[in-house]
Write a protein that binds this ligand. Structure first.
Ligand code: BGC
Length: 388
């Protein structure tokens, strides 16, 4: 039943990928997308009773709460910094908090935001299902909530969702492996192993689902072989997206299946922190008795992983320009504060259990050794020195 629901979600998501786009595709791996202002549609929010904070709010004044999961991963620091800078430039006071990946800490930070008079909450949840109770308070206080990057599940206090097209992230990872291994032309068999993210993060299911929609047919026809036999979401998930957990799992997979010299050709890793765990494990357990290095995917273009990409240890990473997501979220905040509806481009994919949450999906692109300079350095995301 659950599986069926997810397939439906994914099917809907596939349809909506054509609507996505707030990153222009100048790097050659995606078609150029229309300007954000042209491809957005304003729709009624799903939870209309929390659509605007109250009648007295004014765009560019007031206090906005921004709750981020952790400082441990580079991307969330960038997300938080960008949100704070852009909101302050727009005239808002900002309460930015990081919760060290601890759910209780995030809940109490949100409680404080509510009691200290924040008028809109922007929340990247640690665990999608854990904020229902505190968000009831937000709703009682008429404070709209924007779910940032990760959908907050089973709460009718969520007004909007701003994210990247998470299904497309997965399909791009799957397609990268498909192209690199020439699978569409029948090459193979190749050995592949799979790893995804935290089971409590709704995004992980979309990343994995998108990738497997590309790769599963090749597993079914024998062109791809998963020697460990570990293919279902629960088994390949990684608690807390932790590098250490990823490394431990791969230590076990390699010693059980590849220690005899069997070649591992590819690893589907849903993001950079898990890809790093895989890389660490291969360095410790694999390189000594193999002369190949597998294709490893990732996501976020974290500096350490881009360095690995340059060194040939990670083939690609999905680039999600956090500047774009932050700018889109600030547009949402401004619209809410001025009492109008926020721009969204998807109103069918993301059901959080209480109904569809109107969403803005930005378009992810892939970075690899051939385009990272243009995407990451020339665009000003990183300096060349940061990647040395
Ligand atoms: C984000 C990814 C990130 C992961 C781990 C996901 O929800 O979308 O960009 O790598 O969390 O923090």
């Amino acid at each position: 039943m659950k599986k069926k629901l997810f397939s439906l979600l994914l099917a809907a998501s596939m349809l909506t990928t054509v609507l996505a786009g707030c990153t222009s595709g100048t790097n050659g791996n995606t078609p150029a997308s229309p300007a954000a202002s042209n491809d957005t549609a304003t729709v009624d929010a799903g939870n209309t009773d929390v659509d605007t904070p109250d009648t007295t709010t004014v765009a560019g004044t007031g206090r906005i709460g921004v709750a981020m999961p952790t400082k441990d991963l580079q991307r969330w620091n960038q997300d938080g910094d960008n949100m704070k800078r852009l909101l302050e430039e727009a005239g808002y006071e900002v309460d930015l908090q990081y919760a060290s990946n601890d759910i209780a800490t995030q809940v109490s930070q949100i409680e404080n935001m509510i009691s200290s008079g924040c008028q809109v909450l922007v929340i990247a949840a640690i665990e999608g299902d854990s904020l229902g109770t505190v968000l009831e308070q937000a709703k009682e206080n008429n404070i709209p909530v924007i779910a940032y990057d990760r959908l907050i599940m089973n709460s009718d206090a969520v007004t909007y969702y701003a994210t990247f097209d998470n299904y497309m992230v997965g399909t791009k990872q799957g397609q990268y492996i498909e192209q690199q291994l020439n699978l569409a032309n029948g090459d193979g068999p190749f050995n592949i192993e799979l790893i995804t993210g935290d089971p409590g993060d709704n995004n992980a299911r979309f990343f994995f689902g998108g990738a497997m929609d590309v790769l599963q047919p090749y597993i079914d026809n024998g062109q791809l072989v998963v020697k460990s036999g570990q293919t279902d979401f629960a088994t390949v998930a990684t608690q807390g997206w932790s590098t250490e957990n990823a490394q431990n799992r791969f230590d076990a997979i390699i010693s059980a299946n590849y220690a005899d010299g069997t070649q591992l050709d590819a690893v589907l890793a849903s993001n950079d922190s898990t890809a790093m765990g895989v890389t660490n494990s291969l360095e410790a357990n694999y390189v000594a008795n193999h002369d190949n290095w597998p294709i490893i995917t990732g996501q976020d273009c974290d500096i350490a992983n881009v360095k690995n990409m340059i060194a040939g240890k990670q083939a690609m990473s999905i680039f999600k320009d956090t500047r774009t997501l932050a700018a889109k979220t600030v547009e949402m905040v401004d619209a809410i504060m001025s009492g109008s509806e926020a721009p969204v481009n998807d109103k069918e994919t993301y059901d959080n259990g209480t109904g569809i949450i109107p969403s803005y999906l930005c378009e992810p692109v892939f970075a690899d050794i051939n385009n990272y300079e243009e995407l990451l350095i020339e665009s000003g995301y990183y300096t060349a020195d940061q990647l040395k």
